[in-house]
Ligand binder design. Structure first.
Ligand SMILES: *[C@@H]1O[C@H](CO)[C@@H](O)[C@H](O)[C@H]1NC(C)=O
Ligand SMILES: *[C@@H]1O[C@H](CO)[C@@H](O)[C@H](O)[C@H]1NC(C)=O
Ligand SMILES: *[C@@H]1O[C@H](CO)[C@@H](O)[C@H](O)[C@H]1NC(C)=O
Ligand SMILES: *[C@@H]1O[C@H](CO)[C@@H](O)[C@H](O)[C@H]1NC(C)=O
Ligand SMILES: *[C@@H]1O[C@H](CO)[C@@H](O)[C@H](O)[C@H]1NC(C)=O
Length: 494
């Protein structure tokens, strides 16, 4: 297998990747460097450029921040300056942005947005959205997927009629620490695992519900995409365990939603080749040629996931070369959406979110000091390297058993976290309903009389393959994505 080309294969936005290809690159990646990067120097940086993102810094470390021993939450009721709907008062909008001083850190502060529901604030569930990467900001999803506003080319804000705040009180968190507007004065606060990030996330939820006690009784759901397939099961487990402790505020968690997630790498990496064959991105003889690498990769991933041993870099190497091989055969396809091509160096253009959030007027409105918005942090990403290969599906049977519901959906044209791999790990998962889930029929998911997907369900477990969508389902199918969330949260069949 040839080494990976510089053309992207590992997605950052919402995915996982691993920048080991040459020892030269290795050396650069190992160190934190906070200087701005004019040219991409690592694989991860290349991937960020493919999204047309140019964060000036590769992580938000603010020097000379006094260590503040008191955990506290500072929140602003705000209105975006570039939003011109004069009928919408501050009160009516119910938009908040804040910082929470993370207690289990030296000096980290976690940034979040909170949008009260446009439907019924009193009764609608509280939904938190987590973007993947690892290392990408929640604001990417806010403005390009399921948030209340979309950005026009002139940076004015337009209501998104299919935002998830139409059915929920919606929170976006910039996590793990160092991404988006979250920052610290200490590099020691960079998180090296999903478990470590989960401690911060749980602390944040406690502070959030103390600040907004009227929402603590509402149903609570954790949702997200891509690498959030790692976060969501682990964070949910953390909440469930802590809920048994009387001293903490009870979090009324009811379920988990993972869109085009990376949950079980051992199974999902193999599905790259199988999906590529099925979609005719590669032919049978090429597929056969990959099979040794694929099965070796699976074995290495398994070992790596078990104890984070030396097999991890090797597993990544095999995975990368398989993926790069598929892309070479497939041409310059966009691996988040195989119907599309990457135009020149760009697979998507998300640059407006950086332009928008870095405006002084916007930062002032949402209470951000003189720091830059780090759309995707390569430092946060690289620090999670050992976490990538772990299978977080292992937590799910216990969560189902304890009464939580799980909704796994996947846009059918995504290659990197494709529906096939997702359905496979779900099917292979051992839980009390396994046999019944396996034999459950596939049923059309109908929205406005149109066939919007195929769903399979048993008990608390629901799977949906979404038609005409890639990796970012709420961006590609806004109305469908809102409808699936609404029906699922209400406990209706999709
Ligand atoms: C929200 O729902 C509650 C309970 O059904 C109802 O009493 C209240 O009037 C609703 N509020 C709005 C703004 O519709
Ligand atoms: C910005 O663009 C939006 C949407 O295209 C348009 O409605 C609005 O009038 C424009 N605003 C300005 C100030 O140009
Ligand atoms: C957005 O805000 C900036 C800075 O306040 C301003 O220069 C620009 O004209 C605004 N654009 C729109 C469309 O409101
Ligand atoms: C399969 O694809 C490879 C690589 O593009 C090509 O060399 C080979 O001829 C193809 N085989 C068949 C049977 O089409
Ligand atoms: C990790 O796994 C490798 C391979 O199975 C094994 O040799 C090693 O002893 C394990 N290390 C720990 C700490 O369990």
């Amino acid at each position: 297998m040839q080494p990976a080309s510089s053309n992207g294969f590992l997605s950052l936005l919402l995915i996982f990747s691993f920048p080991i290809f040459s020892t030269a690159e290795n050396r650069k990646v190992g160190k934190f460097s906070s200087s701005s990067a004019e040219f991409p120097r690592t694989q991860v940086e290349t991937i960020i450029r493919e999204l047309n993102l140019f964060p000036e810094l590769n992580v938000n470390i603010v020097e000379n921040e006094p260590a503040d021993p008191e955990p506290n939450l500072v929140e602003k009721h705000f209105r975006f300056p570039n939003f011109s709907d004069s009928g919408a008062t501050l009160q009516k909008l119910g938009h908040h942005a804040g910082y929470f001083r993370l207690p289990h850190s030296r000096s980290a502060r976690m940034f979040y947005f909170f949008f009260e529901s446009r439907n019924n604030r009193t009764t609608d569930p509280v939904v938190v959205w987590l973007t993947g990467g690892p290392g990408c900001s929640g604001s990417l999803a806010l403005f390009y997927e399921n948030g209340p506003f979309h950005l026009a080319d002139n940076l004015s804000l337009i209501w998104n009629d299919f935002s998830w705040d139409k059915v929920s009180n919606l929170i976006y968190v910039d996590q793990p620490m160092g991404t988006g507007f979250s920052y610290s004065s200490s590099r020691g606060d960079i998180r090296g695992s999903t478990e470590a990030a989960g401690i911060d996330f749980y602390d944040f939820l406690q502070a959030f519900f103390r600040r907004h006690p009227q929402y603590a009784k509402n149903e609570f759901y954790i949702t997200g995409e891509s690498y959030a397939g790692h976060y969501i099961p682990a964070f949910s487990l953390r909440i469930q365990r802590a809920n048994k402790n009387e001293k903490s505020t009870y979090i009324n968690i009811k379920g988990l939603v993972i869109g085009n997630g990376m949950i079980n790498p051992e199974i999902q990496y193999k599905a790259h080749a199988d999906y590529a064959l099925q979609m005719k991105l590669i032919n049978q003889s090429y597929y056969n040629g990959l099979s040794n690498s694929v099965s070796l990769c699976q074995k290495l991933v398994k070992l790596c996931g078990k104890n984070g041993s030396l097999t991890c870099p090797l597993a990544s190497r095999f995975r990368n070369s398989v993926f790069a091989g598929i892309l070479r055969q497939a041409g310059d396809i966009n691996y988040y959406d195989i119907r599309k091509r990457c135009e020149g160096p760009l697979c998507y253009d998300f640059s407006n979110v950086e332009k928008f959030l870095n405006q002084e007027s916007v930062k002032k409105a949402v209470g951000v000091r003189d720091i830059k918005f780090v759309s995707c942090s390569s430092v946060v990403h690289n620090a999670m390297t050992r976490d990538l290969m772990k299978n977080y599906g292992v937590h799910i049977p216990a969560l189902l058993q304890e009464g939580l519901k799980l909704f796994i959906y996947a846009g059918e044209y995504d290659l990197i976290c494709n529906w096939l791999g997702n359905l496979r790990w779900l099917t292979a998962m051992k839980w009390s309903g396994q046999k019944n889930f396996q034999s459950a029929p596939s049923i059309p998911f109908v929205v406005d009389g149109l066939n919007a997907g195929l769903t399979k369900r048993h008990g608390r477990l629901t799977f949906l393959k979404v038609h005409n969508a890639g990796h970012m389902v709420p961006m590609d199918q806004p109305k469908v994505s809102l409808e699936m969330l609404r029906r699922w949260m209400r406990g209706q069949p999709l």
